[in-house]
Design a protein around this ligand. Structure first.
Ligand code: 5MY
Ligand code: ADP
Ligand code: MG
Ligand code: MG
Length: 320
């Protein structure tokens, strides 16, 4: 007797357009196995060949810059395969390649829960190198200097803590015309909260951050200090000039606030894959501040990142 036919679960073909380093980091065997079991085939996209020559996809995920898109010829592909979901549109991703436009949506969003609020630190962009010293005066020291453009290079993560006028002058002299954002440093207990968003899925984890600088300490600190990728550094690597505070003790922001922040930014930016660096003002515990938003961050650092990513991808393709 023949068996009744089982309804077939649909399989989805999801292309990933990523650089080799990101593939190595994200597309781990555990993710490939998990997605496969749940009806998703993750397919490598060759960045050197137009997309149209690489078959059709239900969805494409990516972390690229404009020069890569030129080779892939997305418009040509979409003219033929209108139903492919591009996660997220490259034009919208652009807003996260600039440290002013990335925080812009936060200035319109009213995110609060009880007495808690979420804002951004005071910052300004230096247009003219000579104006750096003058502009720095509208901010309180210490100041953090950040490259305006975030282009995936190590240099876009090379930041600088500036303690006084002399520090601004040094930065001015050392800078060869790259555009810089000056942002007020906010004491926050040495912990940064990273809110990872994948569509409606939102998760918050704690990471190491710069340590607080007391008023007294600030009087003894001179000039500037360069630093980079502090949230990936070990405790021992942190500057002796700052007080140690244990990351483990810090309380993560209330879940409702985290969800609201993820949802609000997702809608405001029109993006689905990003994370948000949030700090808590040590002078006012009700005040959280967004300092950085990153497109398609390192999700592998989240425990159980495989179901997190897979559930998001399944939601997306099923609803398309
Ligand atoms: O590699 P990881 O896991 O450190 O991820 C980096 C992110 O770290 P995070 O997940 O926030 O801890 C990192 O976030 P931060 O800027 O360090 O807060 C960036 O998103 C980085 O991308 P890019 O160099 O700006 O293109 C991300 O690098 P890519 O993995 O995209 O190259
Ligand atoms: N305004 C600020 N006040 C206090 N610490 C800050 C501020 N801005 C950045 N930092 C610290 O510097 C780190 C890197 O800054 P961030 O803007 O996230 O740049 P990146 O894109 O390189 O991660 C943060 O994780 C945090 O530790
Ligand atoms: Mg950051
Ligand atoms: Mg960043």
């Amino acid at each position: 007797m023949s068996q009744p036919e089982q309804p077939q679960t649909p399989r989805y073909c999801i292309g990933y357009a990523l650089h080799p380093q990101k593939i190595q980091n994200l597309i781990q065997p555990s993710l490939l196995n998990y997605t496969k079991k749940h009806g998703i085939d993750l397919v490598h996209i060759d960045l050197t060949i137009p997309l149209i020559k690489q078959g059709s996809f239900h969805c494409i995920i990516h972390k690229l810059h404009s020069q890569d898109w030129n080779k892939l010829r997305l418009d040509e592909y979409l003219a033929k395969y209108q139903n492919t979901l591009i996660m997220d549109h490259p034009d919208l991703v652009e807003q996260l390649h600039n440290r002013v436009s990335m925080l812009e949506p936060m200035t319109h969003l009213q995110i609060s829960l009880g007495n808690y609020t979420v804002g951004v630190p005071k910052q300004l962009v230096v247009d003219d190198n000579n104006a750096m010293e003058e502009m720095g005066f509208s901010l309180r020291f210490p100041i953090i200097a950040k490259p305006l453009f975030v282009d995936g290079t190590a240099s876009s993560h090379e930041l600088c803590l500036i303690f006084d006028r002399e520090g601004l002058r040094t930065l001015n002299n050392q800078n060869n015309n790259s555009r810089i954002v000056l942002q007020e440093f906010v004491n926050h207990g040495g912990v940064v909260f990273k809110v990872y968003v994948a569509g409606e899925h939102v998760r918050c984890v704690k990471r190491r951050s710069l340590l607080d600088i007391s008023e007294g300490k600030l009087r003894t600190l001179k000039g500037l200090v360069k630093f980079s990728q502090i949230s990936n550094s070990t405790v021992e690597e942190r500057s002796e000039n700052m007080t140690e505070i244990v990351t483990e003790k810090a309380e993560v922001p209330p879940e409702e606030l985290v969800m609201e922040l993820g949802r609000g930014l997702r809608e405001a930016m029109g993006l689905n894959l990003f994370n948000v660096d949030v700090i808590r003002d040590a002078k006012d515990y009700n005040k959280y501040l967004v300092i950085d938003i990153n497109y398609f961050p390192g999700y592998t650092k989240l425990p159980c990142y495989e179901p997190f990513i897979t559930d998001f991808l399944l939601d997306s393709v099923r609803n398309n």
